[in-house]
Design a protein around this ligand. Structure first.
Ligand SMILES: *[C@@H]1O[C@H](CO)[C@@H](O)[C@H](O)[C@H]1NC(C)=O
Ligand SMILES: *[C@@H]1O[C@H](CO)[C@@H](O)[C@H](O)[C@H]1NC(C)=O
Ligand SMILES: *[C@@H]1O[C@H](CO)[C@@H](O)[C@H](O)[C@H]1NC(C)=O
Ligand SMILES: *[C@@H]1O[C@H](CO)[C@@H](O)[C@H](O)[C@H]1NC(C)=O
Ligand SMILES: *[C@@H]1O[C@H](CO)[C@@H](O)[C@H](O)[C@H]1NC(C)=O
Ligand SMILES: *[C@@H]1O[C@H](CO)[C@@H](O)[C@H](O)[C@H]1NC(C)=O
Ligand SMILES: *[C@@H]1O[C@H](CO)[C@@H](O)[C@H](O)[C@H]1NC(C)=O
Ligand SMILES: *[C@@H]1O[C@H](CO)[C@@H](O)[C@H](O)[C@H]1NC(C)=O
Length: 856
């Protein structure tokens, strides 16, 4: 290339216009390589000349040609030269001496607005080659020479052959022709009338292949139904030369085409005949006469080569002239159905095609639509053409206008997906109810299954469908599911509510016949949302502020009314808090008992929230947001229930453990004293230790102090060995403190030896784990308060002198932790009880190690 880089701009850099009376002056600077010519239109009566201001000597003429790329003053001695003169901007592009690579041709948009403008490009390639014009998408559209383009930008292509010039055709922008190749030499002309802004279709010029025809036109036919017209050179006068004209058509899939010869004038052939050669795809090709019926209802890409004969020329002898069009239409047959929503009040449907690549065509009452909307209360004819069901999405919305609060009869109305027309080929993807209340009414939502569960990451919905509940004038409240095991019994929402059902793994919601929710209305409430919560014994309940994890609406409030069953206490934790900086007001979190006696506690965003908060009875938890300056207010709280009786049980167990220890210690002391006496008699004897295999040589002084006794020194203590007999879910802190941090420690193994000779702590302790009532027996035994100062029941360490000590509670009942000084709590009880309390394990992190240590 190199040598063939043409200046690509046509037009003017500087244009300065001065209007003097009866005179028109402008400064013109042609781009290098372009020629600007002003020429008088033919047959103009008015007398006006164009003058070039060179020094003082003016040269005036009816044609003014500017070839040099320098500023020139042009003067017309009339005030409106655009009526008399046209301007032509010409550029020569010669690709004959080099391999001309692609050159973008941009007519400069600098305007001679008051003139009719003609932009011409003279193109030339080596003999035997074609020059190639490529048009950006959308391409060009061929028109009859008598026609004009809607945007008044008309392109004309002329070829210069030995026999003389021939017009290839006239074209407008916005069509299907993507490329035109023309033999050897030619000219492209763009004509823009006076007063029209130049908005060119920037085409590319390059050297094309070796010639196969006089003209080759590439067409990308658009999707059906569509139609495109084509004309032979010199239409309608006629073409006489023995030449080929070739059209290549690309047809989109799912479309059929038909070729119609609309207007054909046969030449008077002296030699040969006019032939139409078709090639369909890569394989099929056939030849037809122009008078035959052309290919009809075919699929795939094709080409048509029209070969002229050696035609007789003459004044009144017609040449070859053909106008044909290619019609494209869809190959498939549409699926038609009718949807009648007149009997289902408030129900509307929406169908969307989610695949933009697909050839799907949907229409509503015979009008093609991108997205079908069938309004409530109407009947509609739908048609689907080549629409794969998996690409379509059907969503339905039902608006329910709740009667005024005084009319209570709607309470407990069930929300069930209505049966949709079975002929509708699309599975139901989403269903939304809009519950509208009058004035400041409240919508009450309940589950027909008993309760609702709010889906949070820690405890997600596992149902087949989930419900997104939103305030229509506010934010999403949350994602819920109807569940047999849920903590939320009722949600009350002020104002209009929308409920959207989305399937989890069901494909078609219309198969869901069961009701999803029950609703009613009640009078206005003070909060935006009120939840009625019955926490489950089986696990924690998570309570998220509306729109969690995003922030609550500013100045909105939410309230949870939490009912605690008898004999249980609730532990409320704020497991995730995001606090805003308030602009006006404060966020408030208030906890108070429901029976209005007792203290309420309130915290603002600038205070730190305590956690956990223990509530002995049913209570409310209210939260309200301020007008945040920055940040957001979002809280996730967790409520766990604990059986109150355990506190007493813990105390009892502790007391009992201590008693047991005292008895054992007493026994041991007695034993040791007796053994000492025996020892003086028999020097070398063994001590039988029922639970271990230790047989001590007689002169080993036993009990040796633990510090000296190497039998308990462990290189490392394997927790799983140590606690293998304990519950696998044993909290981690149990092994961290007292058991291995430098204390005198032995592996604590379950007792396997005979028990009859040993005081059986096992059997009796098991009894106490059963029920508090049995424990009551021991109440008069010891004042519970005194037990707080006693060592914890888990005290085999204290009785380290006795390897025989065994406390069955340490096997079956694992003491979890201490809540705080003196407050014994959360004791893992028997297997039966622990099933009731799985949350104890996961909650273990709520008891920091520090507290544990303090308790000691
Ligand atoms: C413009 O100038 C030409 C030649 O200089 C002259 O023939 C013609 O009459 C002039 N036209 C007007 C309108 O002055
Ligand atoms: C064109 O005319 C203006 C004044 O009308 C003058 O300043 C300018 O130099 C002239 N340009 C040329 C190239 O003669
Ligand atoms: C292109 O043509 C189509 C139909 O022929 C028309 O709908 C569309 O508006 C045109 N676009 C432009 C940019 O002229
Ligand atoms: C489209 O063409 C195919 C094959 O040529 C034919 O089977 C089909 O019926 C045609 N479609 C229409 C709508 O005519
Ligand atoms: C969807 O259902 C599957 C099985 O029914 C369950 O494992 C999954 O957690 C559910 N997902 C949601 C988001 O509900
Ligand atoms: C509530 O917040 C949502 C976005 O979280 C917003 O779209 C909506 O307008 C807000 N409503 C009010 C009443 O401020
Ligand atoms: C509920 O929506 C209806 C219709 O959009 C409206 O007229 C009504 O005021 C809304 N109710 C409330 C409480 O905002
Ligand atoms: C908390 O919310 C409940 C329910 O809306 C309400 O009755 C109670 O008065 C509120 N308490 C406070 C202190 O705002």
């Amino acid at each position: 290339m190199g040598s063939c880089v043409f200046p690509v701009f046509i037009g003017l850099i500087l244009l300065q216009i001065q209007k003097i009376s009866e005179c028109y002056k402008m400064e013109v600077t042609p781009d290098s390589g372009t020629i600007v010519t002003f020429s008088k239109k033919e047959g103009q009566g008015l007398d006006c000349s164009a003058c070039k201001d060179e020094d003082l000597s003016q040269t005036c003429n009816s044609i003014l040609k500017l070839t040099e790329a320098r500023p020139t003053n042009v003067t017309f001695n009339c005030s409106q030269p655009g009526d008399i003169f046209t301007v032509e901007v010409n550029q020569q592009i010669d690709c004959s001496t080099s391999g001309c690579s692609i050159i973008a041709v941009h007519p400069d948009s600098t305007r001679f607005l008051e003139f009719s403008r003609t932009f011409t490009w003279d193109l030339k390639v080596q003999a035997g080659r074609m020059f190639q014009l490529e048009f950006p998408s959308p391409g060009m559209r061929q028109i009859k020479p008598s026609e004009s383009c809607p945007d008044k930008h008309t392109y004309t292509i002329i070829t210069y052959q030995r026999a003389g010039p021939a017009t290839i055709g006239s074209f407008c922008g916005n069509g299907t022709i993507s490329r035109i190749q023309v033999l050897y030499r030619g000219r492209v002309t763009l004509e823009v009338p006076k007063g029209t802004d130049l908005n060119p279709s920037n085409f590319k010029v390059s050297m094309g292949p070796a010639a196969t025809a006089l003209v080759e036109v590439d067409v990308k036919l658009s999707r059906g139904p569509s139609s495109a017209d084509f004309f032979t050179p010199n239409y309608p006068t006629g073409y006489y030369n023995v030449d080929k004209i070739k059209w290549n058509f690309a047809v989109q899939p799912m479309n059929n085409f038909t070729v119609y010869f609309r207007q054909y004038t046969a030449p008077e052939c002296q030699k040969n005949t006019v032939m139409c050669d078709y090639a369909l795809g890569d394989k099929t090709s056939f030849t037809m006469a122009p008078t035959d019926i052309q290919p009809t209802n075919k699929q795939g890409d094709f080409s048509l080569t029209l070969t002229n004969c050696d035609a007789k020329r003459g004044e009144k002898v017609p040449g070859l002239s053909l106008n044909f069009n290619v019609e494209v239409f869809r190959s498939g047959t549409p699926y038609v159905c009718t949807v009648d929503l007149r009997n289902e009040e408030g129900l509307s449907l929406q169908i969307e095609n989610k695949n933009p690549e697909s050839y799907c065509e949907m229409s509503l009452n015979s009008v093609m639509q991108e997205k079908i909307v069938v309004p409530a209360g109407t009947k509609a004819d739908l048609s689907f053409l080549d629409c794969p069901v998996q690409d379509l999405q059907l969503t339905a919305t039902k608006v329910i206008d709740c009667p005024s609060v005084s009319a209570r009869d709607i309470s407990g109305t069930l929300l069930t997906i209505p049966a949709l027309d079975s002929s509708l080929p699309v599975p139901l993807h989403q269903f939304t109810w809009l519950l509208r209340v009058q004035d400041q009414g409240t919508v009450d939502l309940m589950s027909p299954k008993g309760s609702l569960h709010q889906s949070v990451p820690d405890k997600q919905c596992n149902e087949r469908v989930s419900l997104v509940i939103s305030e229509t004038e506010g934010s999403n409240i949350g994602l819920f599911c109807s569940a047999a095991e849920g903590a939320v019994q009722k949600i009350q929402i002020k104002g209009n509510v929308s409920i959207t059902v989305t399937p989890n793994n069901t494909k078609d919601l219309s198969q869901e016949k069961e009701p999803f929710l029950k609703f009613g209305t009640s009078p206005e409430i003070t909060e935006n949302v009120i939840y009625t919560v019955y926490p489950l014994i089986s696990g924690p309940a998570y309570l998220a502020t509306p729109n969690w994890p995003d922030g609550m609406n500013s100045s909105s409030s939410v309230s949870w009314i939490i009912y605690i069953p008898q004999e249980y206490t609730a532990e409320l934790m704020f497991s995730n808090i995001v606090k805003p900086t308030c602009d006006s007001g404060h966020t408030e979190v208030t906890v108070g008992p429901l029976d209005s006696q007792g203290q309420t506690q309130t915290w603002r965003e600038d205070q730190s929230f305590p956690s956990p908060i223990i509530q002995q009875q049913s209570f409310y938890l209210n939260m309200s947001n301020c007008e945040p300056k920055s940040g957001r207010f979002a809280v996730l709280s967790k409520i766990s229930l604990q059986k109150e009786s355990k506190k007493f049980l813990g105390i009892i167990l502790a007391v009992f453990g201590v008693l047991l220890l005292l008895i054992i210690i007493a026994l041991i002391v007695v034993c040791v004293i007796r053994k000492r006496k025996n020892k003086s008699n028999a020097n070398r004897s063994s001590i039988f230790i029922p639970r271990g295999k230790n047989v001590l040589p007689g002169n080993a002084t036993f009990p040796k102090s633990r510090a000296d006794n190497e039998s308990h020194v462990y290189a490392s203590i394997d927790d799983s060995t140590m606690y293998g007999h304990l519950d696998k879910n044993q909290p981690a802190e149990v092994d961290s403190g007292a058991w291995s941090n430098g204390h005198q420690v032995d592996g604590y193994r379950s007792f396997t030896g005979p028990t009859d000779s040993i005081p059986a702590a096992t059997d009796s302790s098991a009894e106490y784990s059963l029920d508090r009532r049995e424990g009551d027996v021991f109440q008069p035994f010891l004042d519970p308060a005194t037990t707080f100062n006693l060592p914890r029941p888990r005290t085999p360490l204290i009785s380290q002198g006795s390897l025989r000590f065994e406390d069955r509670r340490m096997m079956d009942n694992t003491l979890n932790t201490f809540k705080g000084a003196g407050d014994i709590n959360a004791i893992r009880l028997s297997a039966d009880e622990s099933r009731l309390q799985p949350q104890m394990d996961s909650d273990s992190d709520s008891y920091p190690e520090q507290e544990y240590d303090e308790a000691m």
